[in-house]
Design a protein around this ligand. Structure first.
Ligand code: UD1
Ligand code: CA
Length: 450
């Protein structure tokens, strides 16, 4: 049994009042459509077709590398018409067709699997999902016949007052027998609004003597669709809670889950504590027994075990184990801090390797550098790595002591076990075991080797 999915994403999204396509709005760091696709893929669907129309180029570009097929609906003549655009691509290729809307990003893979399984068992031509809810959210009403089975979906605009009072809603998740779907789409009549509604299909089935199977969903939150930015914030809160709960159940302490912003896919080890107002984004992996936050923003980083990151911003950086940063530290792309590096307040490191046990307690900038183990970087040290044209490298040997306020004018090599005096401006290489002082720094005492 093969299952294909058709995701409808051609609509304008007028109520978002945005220059950006509705399905591309970010939701916990990924687009609305990304979440839909993720659930569909996780559910194990064999083939995916996305119907695009408005802002088609934007949407195609955002998913250029994804394993899916785009079809274009040039005129937005309704959801039934949108599904029709996928017919030529999918006809004969699948036994069931799952249809979802691109603006409903909260489906869990398990729910989609249940829908497909229901249709595989179903003798009738389609299965659909509903919820029973007090707030109708503008959704279509599910009308049931005397025997309790679904007889029609009526769009809110077309409802009689009696139908408006119905509290069972169409959530826009369907699984069809493929042959029946392709045969019957053309039976949909134009609505008074001038659209071909996909929601006419249950009634068409019933009129042909077939039964519609319906699954009443328990979890109302899955049915949050995005029509406005208010819905976007609602959906984000639900997703955040899901991610945070899964992490807590796996052994991570999150002090205040409502004020902790962790994107899907971030990995965190056991007994790590995440303090409030912390953002963990992108491809980030954090080890065990760390203390992260409060007030930290970590994007695309690798952090080992036993690290403390307090009120700091880290981007595309690596911290090995027992690294201490902050408050107010900043790691920029290419920063790599080995075990037991201690970086206190107001430090910035970019594209540099700090070997084991380096200490830079206060107010320093280290860029394009390689710093040996157990080097002490005094308060206010700056690697002057940029000469106005290019970035130059600074190399410092192990156990060297850089005095407070040293300006290290790159390209520069400073040996191991050496000293720079406080306030020195170092413009020439310094040998091992040597002390330099002054502006520009001159040799005060030569190394034994020279
Ligand atoms: C739709 C359903 C409604 C259901 C609700 C659940 C129909 C007619 N109505 O209403 O019963 O309760 O979803 O969220 O299906 N789209 C296209 N091409 C079109 C029109 C729409 O691709 O010509 C896409 C949109 O981009 C959107 C989805 O289909 O992703 C749903 O369209 P939308 O206009 O948002 O329908 P609703 O009014 O929400
Ligand atoms: Ca919608």
């Amino acid at each position: 049994m093969k299952t294909a999915a058709v995701i409808l994403a051609a609509g304008k999204g007028t109520r978002m009042k945005s220059k950006l396509a509705k399905v591309l709005h970010p939701l916990l760091g990924r687009s609305v459509l990304w979440h839909v696709l993720q659930a569909v893929r996780e559910a194990g669907v064999d083939e995916i077709v996305v119907v695009v129309g408005h802002d088609a180029e934007q949407v195609r570009a955002a998913f250029a590398d994804a394993p899916l097929t785009f079809v274009e609906q040039t005129e937005q003549l309704g959801t039934g018409h949108a599904v029709m655009q996928a017919q030529s691509v999918l006809e004969g290729k699948a036994d069931q067709v799952l249809v979802l809307y691109g603006d409903m990003p909260l489906w869990q893979a398990g729910t989609l699997q249940t829908m497909v399984a229901m249709q595989v068992q179903n003798q009738g031509p389609l299965s659909m999902a509903t919820i029973v809810a007090d707030d109708p959210r503008g959704f279509g009403r599910v009308i049931r016949g005397e025997d309790g089975s679904v007889s029609a979906i009526v769009e809110e605009a077309q409802c009689t007052p009696q139908q408006l009072a119905v509290n069972e809603l169409n959530v826009g998740l369907y699984c069809y027998d493929a042959d029946w779907l392709w045969e019957n789409l053309s039976a949909i009549q134009l609505s008074p609004k001038g659209e071909y509604y996909l929601t006419d299909l249950p009634e068409i089935a019933v009129q042909n003597g077939k039964q519609v199977a319906a699954l009443v969903l328990e979890d109302e939150s899955e049915a949050i669709g995005i029509n406005t930015r208010v819905h976007l914030a609602e959906a984000e809160a639900v997703l955040r809670e899901r991610v945070n709960q899964a992490l807590m159940l796996s052994g991570v302490t999150i002090i205040d889950p409502q004020r902790t912003y962790i994107e899907p896919g971030v990995q965190i080890g056991q007994d790590t504590v995440i303090h409030p107002n912390t953002f963990l984004r992108g491809d980030t992996v954090i080890g065990e027994d760390c203390q992260i936050g409060p007030n930290s923003l970590i994007t695309d980083c690798r952090i080992g075990n036993g690290c403390v990151i307090l009120a700091s911003v880290l981007d595309q950086a690596v911290c090995e184990n027992f690294v201490h940063i902050g408050p107010f530290g900043r790691l920029r792309p290419g920063a790599h801090l080995a075990d037991h590096v201690d970086m206190g307040n107001f430090g910035e490191v970019k594209n540099s390797y700090l070997a084991e046990g380096v200490k830079m307690g206060h107010f320093s900038y280290i860029g394009d550098s390689q710093v040996g183990s157990h080097v002490n970087i005094g308060c206010g040290t700056v690697t002057c790595n940029y000469d106005g044209k290019k970035k130059n490298k600074t190399i410092i040997g192990e156990h060297t002591f850089i005095g407070s306020g040293s300006m290290l004018v790159a390209p520069l090599e400073i040996g191991s076990h050496s000293y720079t005096g406080a306030g020195s401006v170092v413009t020439h290489d310094v040998a091992d075991d040597t002390v330099v002082v002054g502006v520009p720094a001159r040799v005060l005492r030569k190394g034994k080797s020279e």
